[in-house]
Design a binder for this molecule. Structure first.
Ligand code: B12
Length: 216
């Protein structure tokens, strides 16, 4: 079984062992394990387990930070390996986490889902002010602007980005895609977003549909 090495991923992430996480990804790729499987069954499942343990007070903030670091290192390692292979681009996306919000695991997951699907992704990072999204929209002219938020206090910043796009007269040039733990479809509709998905993989399908990609 080509993906069997992923079984050890949970421990490696929980222990914050960046080197081991990278080795396991490398091994899985060399054995022919599909990147989507490495992401979903390896990285995402392990991070979910860590989140659950944190919720149940089995681990604490320092453990969570170490695990997050290892998870993010795994995501960017997988991403760099894949970028070497992706030739064709379906489109360009700018993505970032809303101002005041430092959560980036979900955003990084979505980023890699899109990279696997052949999109060029420009990552603005976390704590991105409204102007950061507007400047990037003008600079990179992406088809899609992705907004991520994990806090109920920051999610309303998504509306500010959409309003700023309208005020600058460039709202019609970009689709706005939103997601994150507190985001619901009614919230997304209410602020006028074009794409919402609670899960990054379906977001890719929805984005391709909205962009009417030729081979979809
Ligand atoms: C890890 C974590 C942290 C880490 C973040 C590290 C990092 N680099 O990201 C640290 C320890 C730093 C942290 C800090 C805080 N956190 Co925190 N954190 C979490 C935790 C446990 C996991 C989040 C996570 O990464 N999940 C895994 C990823 C893969 O899932 P995800 O984010 O949901 O992303 C998926 C989808 O939502 C979606 N998605 C995400 N973004 C996007 C974008 C688009 C465009 C699309 C389409 C989809 C999409 O796709 C992803 C993949 O499927 C959650 C609890 C939870 N179960 O969610 C709390 C949680 C989000 N944190 C919370 C809080 C309160 C905080 C703090 C305020 C705590 C404090 N008092 O200091 C600070 C805030 C810091 C800040 N300013 O941002 C609360 C938020 C509550 C609320 N109602 O707002 C939560 C829900 C915990 C809780 N139950 O109380 N946190």
């Amino acid at each position: 079984m080509s993906c069997q090495h992923l079984k050890s991923m949970g421990k490696a992430i929980e222990n914050g062992n960046v080197l081991e996480v990278k080795n396991l990804i490398k091994l899985a790729l060399n054995k022919g394990c599909r990147p989507e499987v490495i992401l979903q069954e390896g990285l995402l499942k392990s991070i979910d387990n860590v989140s659950e343990k944190f919720k149940n007070k089995q681990i604490f903030v320092p453990d969570l930070l170490l695990a997050t670091r290892a998870g993010n290192a795994g995501i960017s390692y997988l991403s760099s390996e894949l970028l070497l292979k992706v030739q064709e681009s379906f489109g360009r996306i700018v993505i970032g986490t809303i101002r005041g919000d430092l959560h980036d695991i979900g955003k990084n997951m979505v980023k890699i889902f899109f990279e696997i699907a052949g999109f060029e992704v420009i990552d603005l990072g976390t704590d991105v002010p409204v102007d950061g999204f507007i400047d990037a929209a003008k600079k990179y002219d992406p088809q899609i602007i992705g907004l991520s938020a994990a806090l109920t206090t920051t999610m309303y910043g998504m509306k500010d980005v959409i309003r700023a796009l309208e005020q600058d007269g460039i709202r019609d040039k970009h689709y706005v895609m939103v997601g994150g733990v507190p985001i619901t479809s009614s919230f997304a509709r209410g602020i006028g977003a074009d794409i919402f998905d609670p899960d990054g993989t379906s977001a890719v399908v929805k984005a391709k549909r909205i962009l009417k990609c030729a081979n979809f």
